[in-house]
Ligand binder design. Structure first.
Ligand code: GLY
Length: 349
């Protein structure tokens, strides 16, 4: 059964799409619907969508076959999307539907929020990562000059529709990637969720019934975003693990063996956590050990220096404090960052 998650920012429906989406669309009366998907969601998820759209843009199709989706989260891709919107003659009463993971949601939302100074969009996340984090709370944008999400805006979607049925189409590695953000939410705000996670067997993700875990995880995110929608303070805590994690993700994206976002964030949380013994056990239970070559360090540090949370020339991380939903800033210098990676034997010569 579909539940409406309480959140003052925008509606969030959790449950089968057919129970909420068609009725919601009827109430809104949009002039047309423009779909943005990626090649996988276009093939696997679009047929199950209880709404049809004549116009669509598919990220990563033909010309980009074989290119990792994250490397397509760029301004040139936005230009192609805006071009398609123009050709479809979308007016300002149109609705953009983003069907996919974080790349489609962040980039499609950014294109909608800027097209003709902004048209409505909805997020229909199809990955665990997007369901629990990226699709909620209105952070939109693209990578720029190798820095993650360096160009973007805050703009709430008109609504978010989360149907866990799409998780059945996900490869195990992708599911694990999103699980890192569920772990993050548990660590920053929900000890009961953290206990549930600790009791899950390592190979259990594919068989998990996600409805309850998603509701708990999303509740942590919405509580923080409601308090601080434009990240003037506590919302920075949602970036726990991401100062080091984003640097690792960007660095490995240019290599033959990219890390997923969640794998990078899992290592990032391990390195950024003030007291990581308990966390290490859980992370290393679900995520494979990954060595980071020492030679990568100068590039990793340059990427950390680009982090959006930095202030007055200081690289800084927001880490959880003792109480749920409390945080403190920790300054990071190169020796400290290097030491944090060494702590769990993650660096190799
Ligand atoms: N993904 C972090 C945030 O939405 O603030």
């Amino acid at each position: 059964m579909t539940q409406r998650i309480p959140f003052s920012g925008h509606p969030i429906f959790l449950g089968p799409l057919a129970e909420s989406l068609p009725g919601w669309l009827d109430e809104q009366g949009y002039s047309s619907v423009f779909l943005i998907a990626d090649k996988n969601t276009n093939r696997l998820c679009r047929p199950a969508l209880p709404v049809q759209s004549a116009e669509a843009f598919v990220v990563g199709e033909t010309a980009h076959a074989g290119i990792p989706m994250e490397t397509l989260k760029t301004l040139p891709s936005c230009e192609a999307i805006w071009q398609a919107m123009f050709e479809a003659r979308l007016d300002r009463k149109a609705l953009v539907v983003n069907l996919g993971g974080g790349v489609v949601g962040d980039m499609g939302g950014f294109c909608a929020a800027t097209y003709k100074r902004g048209v409505d969009f909805i997020q229909i996340p199809t990955t665990l990562l997007a369901m629990t984090d990226a699709a909620i709370g209105g952070k939109l944008g693209v990578d720029f000059q190798g820095a993650k999400n360096a160009v973007g805006v805050f703009q709430y979607p008109a609504a978010v529709f989360i149907d866990p049925v799409f998780l059945k189409t996900l490869p195990a590695r992708e599911l694990r990637s999103g699980f890192a953000e569920v772990i993050k939410h548990a660590l920053i705000g929900d000890r009961a969720l953290w206990k549930k996670i600790q009791s899950m067997p390592a190979g259990s993700l594919a068989a998990t019934n996600w409805g309850g875990l998603l509701a708990d995880s999303i509740a942590v995110k919405t509580k923080i975003v409601a308090e601080d929608p434009r990240e003037a303070g506590i919302r920075a805590l949602l970036n726990f693990g991401h100062t080091i994690g984003h640097a690792l993700e960007s660095y490995f994206l240019k290599t033959a063996e990219p890390l997923t976002h969640g794998e990078a964030v899992a290592i990032g949380m391990l390195c950024e956590c003030p007291d990581a013994a308990e966390l290490a056990e859980t992370i290393l239970h679900f995520f494979p050990h990954r060595h980071i070559p020492e030679t990568a360090f100068p590039d990793l540090w340059k990427l950390m220096e680009q982090d959006k949370k930095n202030a007055s020339g200081t690289v800084r991380m927001a880490v959880p404090d003792a109480e749920p939903f409390s945080m403190r800033w920790v300054a990071l210098n190169p020796a400290e960052a290097f030491g944090r990676l060494q702590r769990y034997n993650l660096l190799s010569k």
